[in-house]
Design a protein around this ligand. Structure first.
Ligand SMILES: NC(=O)c1ccc[n+]([C@@H]2O[C@H](COP(=O)([O-])OP(=O)(O)OC[C@H]3O[C@@H](n4cnc5c(N)ncnc54)[C@H](OP(=O)(O)O)[C@@H]3O)[C@@H](O)[C@H]2O)c1
Length: 255
């Protein structure tokens, strides 16, 4: 496969595993050449690259630790390979549970480095290098909640949501910047079936989301030239289910 074809290219951070991998494969099926960023999943990144090339597009892997490396360098490396870079998917993420009282400065910096500083710097570098294009930041439906047990993670994603709106203004009209906030789609391996069922109890649409639900949101944002600064929450309505306590609930539970 030649790098000198006329395909547009997409950079997917965290593209070697799980949701990032699904975004990358789907974009390859749409005809994008793919730059897979990975941190530690080298073997998986190389396997994914082979699978992507079997779809008839070009794929290259790029390693970077987004908690300490210069994310701007990643964009330069990618555009050296793919001058037609047109899409950036910020999917890489660090996820550590800790209340405010248990959050050290080191943990705060680590969560913010991967989940906010890196997408910030990548977006800035992308907008400087690419004349036209789109950025999609992968958020979390938890940005609508106050879950202090995930203080640093949550604050980093809430900040990224605000950045999505701010950057959409600064980089319009040439670069559109949007976000997707998933709910329960692909829980970590440590999550049990009981945990997922318990989460679904509080989801109005009474189901777990699928990877395809997220891919539909991604494709909508790519295709919608009149949409910027928006966050699509794909969570079965979990984020709107904030009823709070009220008198009727009190009466029922105390009768
Ligand atoms: N899964 C869900 O249901 C769900 C729900 C809500 C929100 N989300 C959001 O959706 C996105 C993808 O979710 P996921 O579950 O696929 O994520 P994940 O399994 O937690 O990890 C995503 C990627 O982040 C990369 N990463 C972690 N630390 C890094 C570092 N220091 N430098 C560079 N890369 C690093 C990993 O790369 P390596 O493996 O190469 O180290 C991995 O591929 C995330 O932004 C997440 O917050 C997911």
């Amino acid at each position: 496969m030649s790098e000198n074809n006329n395909n547009p290219a997409a950079l997917v951070t965290g593209g070697a595993t799980r949701l990032g991998l699904a975004f990358a494969m789907s974009l390859a099926q749409r005809g994008y050449d793919i730059a897979i960023h990975y941190h530690s999943s080298k073997d998986s990144a190389e396997r994914v690259a082979k699978d992507i090339e079997s779809l008839g597009v070009f794929c290259q892997v790029f390693q970077a630790d987004l908690s300490c490396d210069q994310p701007g360098d990643l964009v330069k490396q990618v555009t050296d390979h793919f001058p037609r870079l047109e899409l950036l998917i910020n999917s890489a993420s660090a996820y550590e549970a800790a209340s405010i009282a248990n959050t050290s400065l080191e943990l705060l910096q680590q969560q913010f480095s991967v989940n906010f500083f890196a997408p910030f710097i990548l977006t800035k570098a992308f907008a400087k290098k690419c004349k036209n294009g789109a950025v999609i930041n992968i958020l979390d439906n938890k940005i609508e909640f106050q879950q202090n047990d995930y203080a640093a993670y949550l604050l980093s994603k809430k900040t990224l949501a605000e950045f999505t709106r701010l950057a959409a203004i600064e980089y319009a009209p040439n670069i559109r910047i949007n976000g997707i906030a998933p709910g329960v789609v692909l829980p970590g391996e440590e999550r049990t079936e009981d945990y997922v069922s318990w989460r679904i109890e509080n989801i109005p649409l009474q189901q777990q989301g699928s990877v395809e639900d997220l891919l539909r949101a991604m494709n909508f944002l790519i295709d919608s030239e009149f949409v910027t600064g928006q966050i699509i929450t794909v969570d079965g309505g979990e984020n709107i289910n904030h009823q709070g306590n009220h008198a009727e609930m009190f009466n029922k539970s105390h009768s």
